[in-house]
Ligand binder design. Structure first.
Ligand code: UD1
Length: 419
């Protein structure tokens, strides 16, 4: 298994470009099922999760090609199998995103039921209940969800809790349903808005994405589209933290700072000087002491759970105590044990991490447990004295494009060790 070796202590400085957002791209790839016409994606990130979604679409009969501009062209006109197999779903829970499109377009879907995962039980009951309300028949058979219908019919759906992929799945299903669908208590993440923009670019009629209520007027067919995947706010946030904790000075291009206000506000409170430009952000931290900042995760526009582990590292290197509360997922503190082995002083009580600032960290062999946990271990390694070896980095390859190249470019001493 590949590992990352980091020798800590270098200040990061320079400029990098942000990649396309994984969490925007995945639902859009699933939404290609809704149209018989080819869809062209620009700026699709090169990530393991994207490859997994390609494998799922490919196994169903989709054609995926790359043109000379490195754009991906996807055609699902000849889909002949409507199943997402367990071998693929178990590696990526977001595979559930093909459910809504398959049922709406083909009247049938068989998707392996995602199991538990490192950050909690993560059920899909909101997805299934909402799909039933649109008229689908749902059965659970031998570890698979089987959903079928003759034609989905629009209705009013109140989600019992806020779910990002739940909102996206049902938005996709409703696009081809008969009549109007109103979704209430939906997720307002920028990626939900991105998906609505993409669906509308294909001819769907979706309004209200980014607010609590989304209205979808069903259409009969969707057309072709050429769409650019927006930049990844979580990737950008992770590199900003890398700059802050190493006392560096970094600019990130190709990112819309407006979708990162929740992260930028906390970084400012930690003492970082941040400048926001049209499509870039700069952070400067030289010669300043990091201040502790309390963090409480919540659905957008709250502080993202996907930045919790990384901010916990920043707080660990700050001048005092802080509390990090995880309110979105149960059991999302798996990184803490490994961080403590590197010299952090963090105590977990329920959904709160009590963090004491420490003056230095020590390099150590550590084990990644999930995507954002791995990012936090790399961040800690960048500041630790000596060598840190991060094992199981397939987690990081799921969501960070060429992380060691980007960090090296900024001056980090980081190398990928072969199997
Ligand atoms: C998405 C993101 C993930 C992010 C998370 C929260 C993608 C591909 N993944 O995951 O990176 O960490 O949002 O911002 O976009 N829940 C239920 N029943 C359901 C669905 C969810 O109880 O049917 C609960 C979950 O257990 C969790 C909470 O709702 O406690 C939020 O989860 P959700 O927003 O659905 O996360 P994902 O969409 O899986």
């Amino acid at each position: 298994m590949e590992k990352l070796k980091i020798v800590g202590g270098n200040k990061l400085s320079g400029t990098i470009s942000c990649s396309g957002a994984k969490n925007a791209a995945l639902p859009m790839l699933a939404a290609t099922i809704l149209s018989d016409k080819p869809v062209t994606f620009k700026n699709l990130p090169y990530l393991q999760d994207i490859t997994t979604m390609f494998e799922i679409l490919g196994s169903m009969g989709a054609d995926i090609t790359l043109n000379e501009s490195m754009d991906f062209i996807i055609s699902t006109a000849n889909l002949n199998d409507f199943e997402a197999r367990y071998e693929l779903v178990k590696t990526m829970r977001a595979s559930i995103l093909v459910l809504g499109s398959l049922v709406a377009k083909h009247g049938f879907a068989r998707i392996a039921l995602p199991g538990g995962c490192a950050i909690g039980s993560r059920p899909v009951n909101f997805h299934l209940d909402a799909l039933e309300q649109l008229g689908a028949k749902i059965e659970l058979k031998s570890g698979y969800i089987e959903a079928s219908c003759s034609k989905l019919v629009g209705c009013e759906i109140n989600f019992p809790g806020i779910s990002v992929t739940g909102t996206e799945n049902i938005m996709m299903a409703a696009v081809l349903a008969k009549g109007q669908t109103i979704l209430r208590n939906v997720a307002k993440e920028p990626e939900v808005e991105d998906l609505a923009n993409f669906l509308n670019s294909m001819g769907a009629k979706v309004s209200g994405a980014g607010t609590d209520e989304i209205v979808i007027d069903g259409v009969d067919v969707l057309n072709e589209s050429v769409f650019e995947i927006p930049a990844d706010r979580i990737e950008a946030g992770t590199y900003l933290i890398a700059a802050a904790i190493t006392g560096g000075d970094v600019t990130i291009h190709n990112i819309d700072a407006k979708r990162m206000n929740n992260i930028i506000d906390k970084l400012k409170l930690s003492g970082a000087a941040i400048s926001v430009f049209n499509s870039s952000i700069s952070l400067e931290m030289s010669n300043k002491t990091l201040k502790p900042v309390d963090i409480s995760t919540a659905p957008y526009p709250g502080f993202p759970t996907d930045m919790q582990a990384q901010f916990t590292v920043l707080n660990s290197l700050s001048s005092g105590p802080s509390v990090v509360s995880e309110n979105v997922f149960e059991n999302r503190f798996m990184h803490v044990q490994e961080l403590n082995r590197m010299g952090c002083d963090i105590t977990i009580k329920g959904n709160n991490a009590f963090v004491k600032g420490v003056s230095n960290l020590n390099g150590a062999p550590v084990m990644a447990t999930d995507l954002r946990a791995s990012a936090s271990l790399i961040l800690a390694g960048l500041c630790a004295s000596g060598e840190t070896i991060v094992d199981r980095i397939y987690h990081i390859d799921r969501g960070y494009e060429r992380i060691e190249e980007k960090l090296s470019y900024l001056g980090a001493n980081i190398t990928r060790l072969p199997n």
